[in-house]
Design a protein around this ligand. Structure first.
Ligand code: FAD
Length: 398
């Protein structure tokens, strides 16, 4: 006897920010949607991110603002609406680590920065600070650079993931691929599980790097995926001032990006990214740690971190393939070639999740897919048992 069919409007595979955002936005609009996660919610990129919700100014430094930069420039305001409970997704309860991000120059880029930030394009989005408004880590007589404040937000990502998950517990299920498979039937994808076959109007693949093999399972030749690897540095220390800042050096991309977090035992932690992380992919952890120590000594010599412990973390950023590994400018949503009802999604940045959600809703409306099915998800087993991934600063130091 064949397994019963469970018709649903949307089935989502992968519970990082992309899948969780889509699940929330679609269910808020009345669609029946169900999400399957094989590990913990937010695993890999989302839990490894620095939590910056930014307006793209750091990218705009590399040249004229592109259309992608225009999309991204509205994102901090969109997220603020969601945090206040007025957006497409309700983020009330998510912790905000900082309401602003700082950008400082190490000297070399100073004149270019000041003329760029004075331009009409960026008026109101960047503020040049006088010394009394500097963040604590830059308030030292030896500091020589310029400091700007950006209207960017920093979120506590574990609480972001937990907030999104808590609103839709009854629609989130574990998946064990030893006992599940994607099937293609007359051009339409279904998900075969031991207890039933899920037949969605649309199947959304939002599994980050996992999308590559899911697309292959469906026999899809496109979209192709690229990975942009990086190696971040984590420093657990005793300096208690939080710091959320980019240091601009001679490149248009940040030389160093610092975000502050707290480990489960309460100890402060700096998470270091920027060029330090993207240019060190092939370094051994020890080489990179030595480099990071030198960077902090060169840029912030007056800061004493006290007793410190260092770790590095390699991660791949998953994105649609671009020529020459360029950074994609906006969230990606596209059909899986050869499958009538499957879509692949890569937000490309945490920040662009609302853009991805809106693209998905626009797609459904353009295809005249309205909320229709009323499935009983209880046949799928116990909902709500998928945990939220632990932050890397808790797993790497334990
Ligand atoms: C170090 C780092 C720092 C970053 N910092 C920022 C930042 O500050 N601001 C910003 O805007 N962006 C940032 N980004 C980018 C951002 O994190 C990503 O664009 C975003 O998190 C991608 O989310 P995702 O849901 O597509 O993928 P992921 O977060 O990777 O989630 C994929 C999920 O799918 C699950 N999965 C995988 N395969 C399967 C399968 N076969 N079946 C079921 N589930 C599966 C995984 O377990 C995981 O839970 C950063 C990225 C990195 C790597």
């Amino acid at each position: 006897m064949s397994a019963p069919l469970l018709h649903t409007d949307i089935a989502i595979i992968g519970g990082g920010i992309a899948g969780l955002w889509a699940l929330n936005q679609l269910r808020n609009l009345g669609y029946s949607a169900v999400l399957f996660e094989r590990e913990a919610l937010g695993s890999y990129q989302t839990i490894g991110s620095q939590g910056m919700i930014h307006g793209g100014i750091k990218y705009a430094l590399s040249g004229a603002l592109s259309s992608g930069s225009e999309t991204i420039s509205g994102m901090p305001a969109t997220w603020r609406e969601c945090l206040a409970g007025r957006g497409a997704v309700d983020l009330r309860g998510c912790r905000v680590l900082s309401e602003q991000f700082y950008l400082w120059s190490d000297g070399g880029l100073q004149s270019r920065l000041s003329s760029f930030f004075a331009s009409k394009l960026l008026r109101g989005r960047v503020q040049h600070l006088s010394a009394r408004d500097y963040p604590a880590p830059l308030r030292d007589r030896a500091f020589r650079g310029q400091v700007y404040r950006l209207l960017d937000l920093v979120l506590d990502v574990p609480s972001l993931v937990a907030t999104l998950a808590s609103r839709q517990r009854e629609a989130i299920f574990p998946i064990d691929w030893q006992r599940a498979a994607l099937r293609l039937d007359s051009g339409r994808a279904t998900l075969a599980l031991p207890q039933c076959t899920v037949a969605p109007e649309r199947l959304l693949l939002s599994a980050g790097t996992g999308n590559e093999s899911l697309i292959a399972q469906l026999g899809g030749s496109a979209p192709a995926m690229q990975r942009r690897p990086l190696q971040q540095v984590l420093v657990k220390h005793e300096y208690t001032e939080p710091f959320f800042a980019h240091c601009m050096g001679g490149n248009p991309s940040p030389r160093l990006t610092i975000s502050s977090h707290r480990c489960a035992d309460g100890a402060p932690l700096w998470y270091l990214g920027g060029d330090l992380a993207t240019q060190a992919v092939d370094d051994t952890p020890q080489q990179l740690i030595d480099k990071a120590r030198r960077e902090l000594r060169a840029l912030l010599p007056w800061i004493d971190l006290g007793q410190s412990q260092w770790r590095t973390l390699r991660l791949d950023r998953a994105e649609p393939r671009q020529s020459s590994l360029r950074r994609p400018d906006s969230a990606y949503l596209g059909p899986v070639a050869g499958v009538d009802n499957a879509l692949a999604a890569w937000p490309t940045k945490l920040t662009l999740s609302p853009d991805l959600g809106d693209a998905l809703v626009a797609h459904l409306r353009s295809q005249q897919i309205q909320p229709r099915h009323r499935p009983d998800f209880s046949v799928l087993g116990t909902a709500g048992s998928v945990p939220v991934a632990a932050p890397y600063w808790d797993t790497l130091f334990s």
